[in-house]
Write a protein that binds this ligand. Structure first.
Ligand SMILES: [Zn+2]
Ligand SMILES: [Zn+2]
Length: 217
């Protein structure tokens, strides 16, 4: 490895009809990594894993919606790894993935269980890389965000988007709580942090602080 190679790399695989940004994130030194939000299209995710050569250690979930978690049980079975996250507030969603998915015409979805719930302040070690956990309820009660300080990157699920915020009209959603999570947790990150949302393009904390219409006082 050359000295200027990034310590962390990622690949994004849009999955399901909802073009959900499933991501593979790995430590380039050890090649250990995680798959975040395998909502479906598990064959595509497995193909991307083999292309990158990553040794997947865990499946991580940002929250319990089917476009993020619908393929987790199948991927767990294929890879033989644990499902970690989200916060236990989303237990009811993981138990009804099939029911919600079928309402949206999605097939191949399976309910899943978390092997380890996450709490605010938890840290996950992936090779030499540390992922910090922020509990950010509002889009769902158990939504979490993963922060990698080393490369100033956050994986935010459906909490925050480029120019928008998560919807709060689904079971367990709460608009005021979501705004509080964004202001008190996400916006404490430096402006230079990039983030990857569950859908759509990436952005930066600074850009959203300055321009996101939902965050202007
Ligand atoms: Zn969602
Ligand atoms: Zn989503």
């Amino acid at each position: 490895m050359s000295d200027n190679e990034l310590p962390v790399k990622l690949a994004i695989i849009p999955v399901t009809d909802f073009q959900q940004n499933c991501s593979i994130i790995w430590c380039t030194k050890t090649m250990q990594g995680v798959v975040i939000d395998p909502g479906g299209d598990v064959e595509n995710i497995l193909h991307a894993i083999s292309e990158t050569g990553v040794d997947v250690k865990h499946i991580l979930l940002t929250h319990g919606h089917f476009d993020h978690a619908g393929g987790a049980a199948e991927l767990k079975q294929k890879l033989g790894v644990d499902i970690i996250g989200p916060h236990k507030g989303d237990k009811f969603l993981l138990e009804s993935l099939e029911e919600y998915g079928s309402q949206f015409g999605m097939s191949g979805i399976r309910n899943c269980q978390s092997d380890k719930w996450l709490d605010d302040g938890d840290e996950l070690q992936i090779g030499d890389v540390t992922l910090k956990v922020l509990h950010c309820p509002g889009h769902t009660p158990g939504s979490v965000v993963f922060v990698i300080d080393e490369i100033e990157l956050a994986i935010v699920g459906d909490v925050l988007f480029h120019g928008s915020i998560g919807r709060t009209d689904l079971p367990g959603g709460n608009h005021e709580q979501l705004l509080a999570s964004i202001r008190n947790r996400l916006l404490t990150l430096d402006d230079g942090f990039s983030f990857i949302s569950g859908h759509g393009p990436a952005s930066t904390i600074g850009n959203e602080r300055a321009n996101n219409p939902f965050l202007q006082a």
